[in-house]
Design a protein around this ligand. Sequence first.
Ligand SMILES: Cc1cc2nc3c(=O)[nH]c(=O)nc-3n(C[C@H](O)[C@H](O)[C@H](O)COP(=O)(O)OP(=O)(O)OC[C@H]3O[C@@H](n4cnc5c(N)ncnc54)[C@H](O)[C@@H]3O)c2cc1C
Length: 386
Amino acid sequence: MDATESLDTDLLRHELRGWLATNLEGRFRQAGSALTASPESLVVLREWNRRLADGGWVAIAWPREWGGRAATVAEQVAWAEEMDRVDAPSPVNLIGLSNIAPAILEHGTDAQRRRFLEPMRRGDEIWSQGFSEPEAGSDLASLRASAVRRGDHWLVNGQKIWNTLGTAADWCELLVRSDPAAPRHAGLTCLLVDLRLPGIEIRPIRTITGESEFAEIFFTDVAVPADCVLGEPGNGWRVAMTTLNSERGGVASLHLVARKRIRRLTLAARAAQGPDGRARTDDPYVRRALARLHVEGELLRALCERALAGMIANRPGPEAALTKLVWSRTEQRIAEVAAEILGHAALGGEWARARLQARSYSIAGGTTQVNKNLVARRVLGLPKGD
Ligand SMILES: Cc1cc2nc3c(=O)[nH]c(=O)nc-3n(C[C@H](O)[C@H](O)[C@H](O)COP(=O)(O)OP(=O)(O)OC[C@H]3O[C@@H](n4cnc5c(N)ncnc54)[C@H](O)[C@@H]3O)c2cc1C
């Protein structure tokens, strides 16, 4: 038990362990992640999601009245660790639960909370986040997709890109420009958009791994009902910041997956032989590389725990940006070291995929350069550049 643990956390761990032992069937584990699931695997993952929801193990951070457990940050981390320990798949709404729901809870009307939260929790409706555009990513406030009020609806036109889960999604939290004359942050509105509306075209993007975890979405004269505004018209920037700040909160458990991958690489290296027929781990270079990775994994864990302590104390700091930076670099190093140690065995399968996938970690959730700027200003106290 570490400094952030409590008796409640211990009880939660105990209860969840017992529940997982009874409910986590092999077929659920084999279905993988919703991000890259085939349509057939997604059916299995939705069944798993419903089972988790029935057990009260989805969205434990949400208030009780919306199906959550009002879990503390430490309890949320305990949940993530227990799920990770037995390779339990996450709920299907990876973005909806952690990013979009907090925005609906904070800015939504009661009618919107009643309409959207339960199907999201059960995985019956999958959500995506439509913020980025081809010309607006790091500089999100320059986005151009437009919404014009026409009677009882908004007429939406424009394009979004890098829409995670876009091909599986039923709904999208969409950020649009509703007042082109207003200062750029003040002219934005957030809409909750049914992706089956006429005028919407979703095109999958095939990535370097061969998978399609993203989509582009095109909007042509799409009529979005006026009661689907989240927050007030013109208040979209605030809603977007609630969404993105909740995303950054997820960094506290980033070390889990990275450290598990380091352990898997160590096991693979132990089982592998070099050209001379000796175990790869007899080679001092390999031993040093693995030891270094282990230390990097532990450093990441320490950073995550520091970020977590800041969240528990309600003291937001630069740790999230720092943790995101170190995490992306660590994941990239793990994949590079795997290739060096395992040789041709790392040219296919999980290690090749990890190496390609890890490239995107420098971009997702805030790019390396943008995070370095944040750290330069807020940790090192350097002046803002031009
Ligand atoms: C895995 C993944 C999942 C994603 N999921 C979603 C999603 O679900 N919904 C969504 O809306 N978007 C999503 N995105 C998009 C993501 O938010 C953007 O890719 C990101 O914000 C960067 O924007 P961009 O691609 O337009 O690059 P740009 O912002 O154009 O950046 C290009 C380059 O310029 C650098 N740069 C930019 N600004 C500065 C600066 N001020 N100082 C120094 N360097 C700078 C960047 O670091 C980068 O190297 C996802 C991206 C990835 C990789």
